[in-house]
Design a protein around this ligand. Structure first.
Ligand code: TXA
Ligand code: MG
Length: 320
């Protein structure tokens, strides 16, 4: 069931059940992070391998201290700047965080999400929430309550409806290697914004076997039908005899059925494009098409994370 009833959401969570929750990035599939039964249910409902750890969500830096054994000055600086927000930090965990949550890693991923409903929910609960994106493993992340309902609605008792997500891209995941901030997943907080606060960072996001971020598989965020990236004009002539869909940055293509194409931002605004990306991929995936033709956006600010998602969406089809 979809609704806006915070008390109902809290009650289900206190009973160990799972609830869909809104955040400013994407919707999460939330359960009590300190309850192993609820956590194992998350893996089951998402059909997610247990080697892919979960992010723990809470509502204040004070509460974060209860779950991490060490908060370096750099980590603290970042959290003061960017929480509540689209940043997840990898920090050494305290034993209270179940190993199942971190897939056995000594580090726990922590985030304070910036959504009024979910912040109010977290404030009212005596425990933090483990929450991966509320999509079946490998598929496109949900940015509305209806997206969650369409795929997981029959598996969970409640979805808290907080409207369409403001950012539309998952959080940026940052760890520390010899105290150097290291980005393992590009996301809703840009590398440029992070560097303004802590100086140069390392970016290590494109490996299929990066032990620091086992979930960052190359094939991910993927529609069911093939998605091909390139120059759209050229791809259109190449696929002239196929039933094609188009995912472009700004332009429409008059030679293609208007209903089969989405421009992410006619104005060329990267934040607007990010906000629409996953819903657009989902929409095209739901049409009766043979292939989605897409183009990369400018490789700057949020364009970097958008391109990362496009490349991963395209990668799955190459593996098949
Ligand atoms: O914006 C977001 O981050 C959303 C919302 C719901 O908060 N959550 C999200 O969760 O995207 P998920 O599970 O779809 O992606 C979390 C990523 C995974 O790739 C996982 O491998 C990585 O975070 N991760 C989680 N805990 C980790 C840990 N202890 N060490 C390394 N990577 C970790
Ligand atoms: Mg995910």
């Amino acid at each position: 069931m979809i609704g806006k009833d915070l008390q109902k959401a809290a009650k289900y969570l206190e009973e160990g059940e799972l609830v869909g929750i809104p955040t400013e990035t994407v919707y999460g599939l939330a359960g009590n992070a300190l309850d192993e039964r609820a956590v194992s249910q998350i893996f089951k409902v998402k059909n997610r391998p247990t080697f892919d750890p979960l992010i723990v969500h809470t509502d204040s830096i004070e509460k974060v201290q209860a779950f991490v054994s060490e908060f370096s000055p750099t980590a603290l600086l970042l959290s003061r700047h960017f929480w509540a927000g689209a940043m997840t930090l990898l920090l050494p965990k305290k034993p209270i965080v179940p190993d199942l949550v971190t897939s056995g890693s000594p580090l726990v991923a922590i985030r304070i999400p910036n959504h009024p409903l979910t912040l109010a929910l977290l404030r009212s609960l005596p425990f933090p929430l483990a929450a991966p994106s509320a999509n079946p493993f490998g598929y496109i992340s949900p940015t509305t309550a209806q997206h969650v309902a369409a795929q997981l609605g029959d598996k969970i008792p409640y979805i808290l409806d907080g409207g369409a997500c403001d950012l539309g891209l998952e959080s940026t995941i940052i760890g520390f290697e010899n105290n150097v901030p290291t980005i393992y997943r590009k996301g809703g907080l840009s590398v440029e914004a992070i560097e303004q606060v802590v100086g140069k960072v390392q970016v290590k996001t494109f490996s299929t076997s990066n032990p620091q971020a086992p979930g960052m598989l190359k094939s991910h965020y993927a529609p069911r039908i093939p998605l091909i990236i390139g120059n759209i004009e050229e791809l259109i002539s190449q696929f002239a005899d196929r039933n094609i869909g188009i995912l472009s940055f700004r332009k429409h293509f008059p030679q293609v059925n208007e209903k089969h194409q989405i421009a992410l931002s006619a104005a060329g605004d990267l934040a607007e494009a990010a906000k629409h990306l996953f819903a657009a991929m989902r929409h095209l995936d739901g049409l009766d098409l043979e292939v989605i033709l897409a183009e990369l956006l400018p490789e700057q600010d949020l364009g970097r994370a958008i391109n990362d998602r496009l490349r991963r969406a395209a990668a799955i089809n190459k593996d098949e």
